[in-house]
Design a protein around this ligand. Structure first.
Ligand code: AMP
Length: 396
């Protein structure tokens, strides 16, 4: 069935399996989303506003995305048969996270319409491949070495010096799967705690950056590229805490960050979104990490830009013209983690006009779990920050 529908989609638009050229997926069609988390939910909510229908696949019933989907498939994400059912129910497929197996993506690419393709996903879910792709595109990254053996690690430390960060090549997020080595005596501990020898690792030179920033770029199959305004990101315990937009960096650095993201989107043949996390240090920018999907640091766009990152993602994968990314107002986005939910609910009466609440519909408010966010709109980021401080939810 999935093979047949490659010739003509349910809405009568010619769609070639495995192709990323030309097909326009019109409103009224169904978007199938692999993964049912908050990113899928926010894609789905925006897509539904635009007239699309949604099918989702997630291991948990009543997932954030499943709650707002027309059709909810509940199964493990590596179950090919269920993924095929999702594909059969959809005119176009997308994913909301990187951990879709290479094998699954390959099959879906062949049998269904996955305009984002598998290549960028394969590159960005593996730090070594990602750095090689960036270097091939002449994008600056921190000095790094692949580490596949204890001898590799010894040599890499000798070459890059300490401090340095040892990271697992795959599967790390929110600071998990990495170890900051400050002195020689940390090296053995880092190797052991990350499972050295059994998994591929990467050693990165320490970057003493001034600020962490990010730019989200969108590209459609026609090759049109647009970027969102640069966000300045503040982390707490390795989890994104706040994004400030406009970023408080010099205009030339902002321009350089925008250009790097545009270049990455074009050189890596991205379709959909690519989030580019960067380190800014007076005089230079290094790219830290990529994510081929909507990104937490782009949630501010939902209330502060003409087009949100979620609408842009839908436009890009459906091959519609990309939306205007203009910033309408300064904004600070602050994440609501599990421990912040009750205080936010208790202070709901204080969330006035310029404070936009987004909650993801997760039942269990575990500590450090991303449950929602606030977009605080104000005449300046400093004013927005003061509003957040007055709420006394995030003070330590
Ligand atoms: P990552 O998972 O690679 O985004 O790393 C998580 C966080 O660790 C980053 O947001 C930085 O704050 C910090 N970090 C990662 N790599 C480096 C590095 N090479 N030098 C300094 N800080 C880093």
């Amino acid at each position: 069935m999935t093979m047949d529908r490659g010739i003509m989609s349910k809405t009568g638009v010619a769609v070639r399996p495995g192709s990323t050229t030309g097909a326009i997926i019109r409103p009224g069609s169904t978007i199938g989303i692999l993964g049912g988390g908050q990113l899928g939910r926010m894609i789905a909510l925006k897509a539904r506003e635009m007239g699309y229908r949604i099918a989702s696949l997630d291991p948990a019933a009543d997932s954030p995305c499943g709650q707002v989907a027309d059709k909810e498939f509940v199964d493990a994400l590596d179950n090919l048969e269920t993924a095929r059912q999702l594909a059969a129910a959809a005119d176009v497929l997308t994913y909301e996270f990187e951990n879709v197996s290479d094998e699954m993506v390959k099959i879906l690419e062949q049998e269904a319409y996955l305009p984002q393709g598998g290549k960028v996903l394969q590159q960005t879910r593996h730090r070594i491949r990602e750095k090689m792709a960036l270097e091939a595109a002449e994008i600056p990254v921190a000095p790094w070495r692949p580490v596949r053996s204890a001898a590799d690690l010894t040599q890499a430390v000798a070459e890059l010096g300490l401090p340095a960060v040892l990271k697992t090549a795959t599967g790390g997020y929110d600071g998990k799967g990495q170890y900051v080595m400050r002195q020689e005596s940390d090296v053995e501990q880092a190797w052991k705690s990350l499972g050295g020898g059994a998994v591929e690792l990467v050693l990165e030179a320490w970057v003493s950056f001034d600020k962490e920033i990010s730019v989200i770029a969108a590209r459609n199959p026609n090759g049109e590229v647009r970027t969102f305004p640069t966000a300045e990101n503040i982390h707490r315990d390795n989890i994104l805490h706040m994004s400030f937009v406009p970023a408080r960096i010099p205009a030339e650095a902002d321009q350089a960050a925008q250009e790097l993201a545009q270049k990455i989107a074009a050189e890596l043949d991205v379709v959909g979104l690519i989030a580019v996390e960067m380190f800014w240090q007076e005089g230079r920018i290094l790219v830290n990490e990529l994510a081929p999907r909507p990104h937490n640091s782009g949630h501010y766009t939902m209330d502060a830009c003409v087009t949100s990152q979620f609408e842009q993602h839908v436009r890009a994968i459906c091959n519609l013209p990309l939306g205007d990314t203009k910033l309408l107002t300064p904004v600070v986005m602050v994440n609501i983690l599990g421990e912040h939910v009750q205080p936010v609910l208790d202070k709901a009466h204080l969330l006035n006009g310029g404070i936009k609440l987004h909650l993801y519909g997760k039942a269990e408010a575990r500590e450090k779990r991303k449950m929602g966010h606030l977009n605080v709109l104000a005449p300046s980021v400093e004013d927005a920050l003061k509003t957040i401080e007055r709420l006394e939810i995030w003070s330590r």
